[in-house]
Design a protein around this ligand. Sequence first.
Ligand code: CTP
Length: 397
Amino acid sequence: MLKDKTVVLGVTGSIAAYKAADIASKLVQAGARVEVVMTRAATEFVTPLTFRSITARPTVTGMFDLASEFSIEHVALAEAADLVLIAPATANIIAKLAAGIADDMLCCTVLATKAPIVLAPAMNVNMYHNPVTQENLAKLRSRGFSVVGPAYGRLASGEMGLGRLAEIREILESVRQVLGKRGDLAGKRIVVTAGGTQEPIDPVRHIGNRSSGKMGYAIAQAARDRGAEVVLITAPTALSDPVGMEVVHVQTSLQMREAVVKAIAGAHVLAMAAAVADYRPVAQSRSKIKKRADTLSLKLVRTPDILAEVEGEFIKIGFAAESEKLVENATEKLHRKNLDLIAANDITAADSGFDADTNRVVLIDAQGRAERLPLLPKSEVADRILDRARGLLAAER
Ligand code: CTP
């Protein structure tokens, strides 16, 4: 998604400017062409050489800087940009952009560009809460700027408050989301489930299914990056909430069913990657069960099969975790649950399935056609599944 895209990275004079070096590096690693523009104040915190070394491109520091090809034509960067990201964005640059001032290269670029703009504010907590900064940000948002953060935390002054630069992961996710707005899934609502449900036995114990949540999160993120409106319904995982989507946290299979039923209204696709527990304790003990007897029996009852239950005008995608007869068992599930597509994976393989960052799946459709994908990163598997979903959506029309 970032491959061969030109990202203008504006760096302004905040102590968080050093973090912009990491942002530049991650953008370069993702394949983007990164053109860094620094304000004069930013050069007091980090040197242009830092960015030049990371991006292998000259760093633009001024309008009259003859070392840069862009300085000659002051709007050339604005035209070349697929996206402008200002990180960190100080209260000063935010005020200047809100007022339309064009007294340095960064302001000129923003004023002249037609590319989408993402701001990642970083400043003192009082400067951030000052009504003038809030008004400026509201003004920029209403003009279509995207704003990520700031985050709450310890600030350079030692105070705690809102004003820290958002996490780099969040900033990069926002960039992907903004670049993907007009992607091939724009206008589509996609509901994804992830993680393993937990069925309480007592206040401290539960029955759970193994699931890292990585496959479901990868689908949700890939769909967002292709322009979809995404609802991610997740059972507990160790993963951070992705940005740019509605994230609904649930614990049990019953809560997951409720959330799916609510989210599915108007959806185009449901992808159930969650490992839903098949049984739950009939009753949950209010107090902690003490270990007295040598054996303990728990009476379990079936949970609802969410995927089999929900019906509607959406593409229904399921997963099948199998330890034997992969295609046969998955095909049976596809028919039993009335699915359009099922992604089957062999959980006995070490490089796919639980916890791994890669997965090897077989995609089976309602006509019984099986497509064996090679071992791929889960992000790539996600895209392949979404390609198939898009195909199914197009065929429906
Ligand atoms: N699923 C569901 N509700 C359940 C159990 C499973 O919606 N109570 C969904 C899963 O999210 C997955 C698909 O059904 O997309 C298949 O899950 P899996 O556990 O492999 O199949 P089961 O139907 O539970 O069959 P079995 O455990 O007998 O293999």
